[in-house]
Design a protein around this ligand. Structure first.
Ligand code: CMC
Length: 436
């Protein structure tokens, strides 16, 4: 076995630490953090820890779901390149692939779609939960809260050790997330909620619940339906990102999947993660015109602003999802008409990619740079974009959850800390205290 020899210069002792590998030795070489604990100055010493705020170089799990090569801009689900899935597959098939590890046969696919389709209806009381929100509540706050509220309808879901119970919750969460997301949209718009239509595709049904007005039957535009389906494929999973990590951390306490998914959605809400798509639109509006782009880039370089939709912890090359989305935008505009913000975004990208600040830091457009422009062209308000990211990410969160539950290496997530506070002091009664 390959190993690392570590010499502790405090004691002169040398330790052999085994090196472990994943599928690709180049990207998966690691040592176990716990092996460092043997490195001590004295017998009663706690042992050495690794200090890694924000997990910039720590693997929290072994995973066989998603592979990213950030240097080369490669993304694969279960080994399949994202470009092939976006071109040839559909979101329901990809969700099956993520959860089960293999693409479905025709029979498996039909059973899967049927089960998810027949779990789209939510309890009538959920309408009351929505009615409790203020008229201008952010749709993500409604989605996060109602995902957690599902837990109160399904207390048996707490039995996370039972594979049948887990699969039932997977069907429910994939089915109901489109309904809750659409209800959040209708609440924002002040429109009555729409029942699911089981004859439509998963994405078509989502469009129906968002956009059906007085017509008897909603018929989704096939170009927009396919575009949204491709966007769902691109957003389905992205290995150990902030929200997947939140899903795993919360679920590691054996919490039910509804509360864990609510925690994951909350992590997604932030502007540095899935909230970036909303932030990109605000940024483009603030810039306003092509001749203001240079001034904005100057502000970014002076650290007065962030170029939202740019940069990534893992990708140090063009995000492969952004390439597909940029192409998809043209197809959507054929139907919806051009979103004028696209020209501003393309100009911003062109100038940024020629600038040494971005080039030297390997900052490229990520998935959120162009997606919001498409959502807006389709008629969604910018506050809603992160909800449209959360809907397909549900399959990724659930795949990560399953893997966590089945992984014998996993325990409750509980990091260590390096304590830097006062060592010890005596309590003082309040009348004797001085302000510090
Ligand atoms: N604009 C300007 N400078 C940036 C940006 C940006 N968008 N992103 C990174 N940098 C700079 C950063 O200031 C740092 O410079 P220096 O080394 O001189 O201090 C350097 O690039 C490295 O960045 P970092 O902040 O150490 O990188 P990180 O891995 O901690 O953060 C990130 C990754 C995605 C949070 C960050 O790039 C960012 O804030 N981007 C804008 C928000 C965004 O688009 N988020 C969506 C991410 S992709 C989809 C998703 O995850 O949901």
């Amino acid at each position: 076995m390959d190993s690392l020899s570590i010499t502790d210069n405090r004691t002169g002792k040398t330790y052999e630490v085994p090196i472990h590998y994943g599928t690709f030795p180049k990207y998966g070489a690691s040592i176990r953090g716990a092996d460092l604990r043997n490195i001590k100055v004295a017998e009663d010493d706690f042992g050495l820890m690794s200090f890694d705020p924000a997990f910039v170089n720590s693997a929290s799990c072994k995973s066989s779901i998603t592979f990213i090569d950030g240097e080369r801009g490669i993304l694969r689900y279960r080994g399949y390149p994202i470009e092939q899935l976006a071109e040839q597959s559909n979101y329901m098939e990809v969700a099956y692939l993520l959860v089960h590890g293999e693409l479905p046969t025709k029979t498996q696919y039909d059973t899967w779609v049927h089960a998810i389709t027949h779990h789209t209806i939510v309890h009538e009381s959920m309408k009351e939960v929505f009615h409790g929100f203020h008229y201008d509540a952010h749709p993500m706050t409604m989605l996060i809260s109602t995902l957690a509220a599902l837990s109160s309808f399904y207390p048996a879901s707490r039995n996370v050790a039972d594979p049948e119970v887990r699969m039932l919750q997977i069907y429910r969460l994939l089915g109901k997330v489109i309904t809750l997301a659409a209800m959040a949209f209708r609440h924002t718009m002040g429109l009555p909620y729409v029942m699911p239509d089981n004859d439509l595709s998963y994405v078509g049904n989502f469009m129906n619940m968002m956009w059906r007005m007085a017509e008897c039957r909603y018929t989704p535009n096939p170009v927009l339906e396919r575009a949204l389906d491709v966007l769902f494929i691109l957003h389905a999973d992205h290995e150990q990102n902030c929200s997947a990590n939140a899903m795993r951390v919360v679920a590691s306490s054996q919490c039910d999947p509804y509360c864990s998914a609510a925690a994951a959605a909350a992590a997604l809400f932030g502007p540095l993660h899935g909230g970036a798509n909303e932030a990109v639109l605000k940024m483009l509006r603030q810039i306003g015109a092509k001749d203001k782009v240079n001034q904005f880039i100057k502000d970014v370089k002076e650290r007065k602003a962030l170029l939202m939709g740019f940069g990534h912890r893992v990708y140090k090359n063009y995000d492969p999802r952004a390439k597909v989305i940029k192409r998809l935008a043209e197809e959507v505009f054929e139907v919806t008409g051009k979103n004028p913000l696209i020209e501003l975004a393309v100009e911003l990208e062109r100038i940024a990619l020629q600038d040494d600040y971005f080039v030297s830091r390997k900052l490229f457009p990520n998935v959120d740079f162009y997606s919001g422009i498409i959502y807006e062209a389709m008629g969604m308000p910018s506050e809603y974009f992160t909800v449209v990211f959360a809907v397909p990410r549900m399959s990724g969160w659930l795949a990560q959850w399953q893997e966590l539950i089945l992984d014998p290496d996993q325990k409750i997530a509980r990091p260590r800390q390096v304590y830097t506070g006062v060592a010890i002091r005596d309590f003082e009664p309040i009348e004797k205290r001085q302000a510090k």
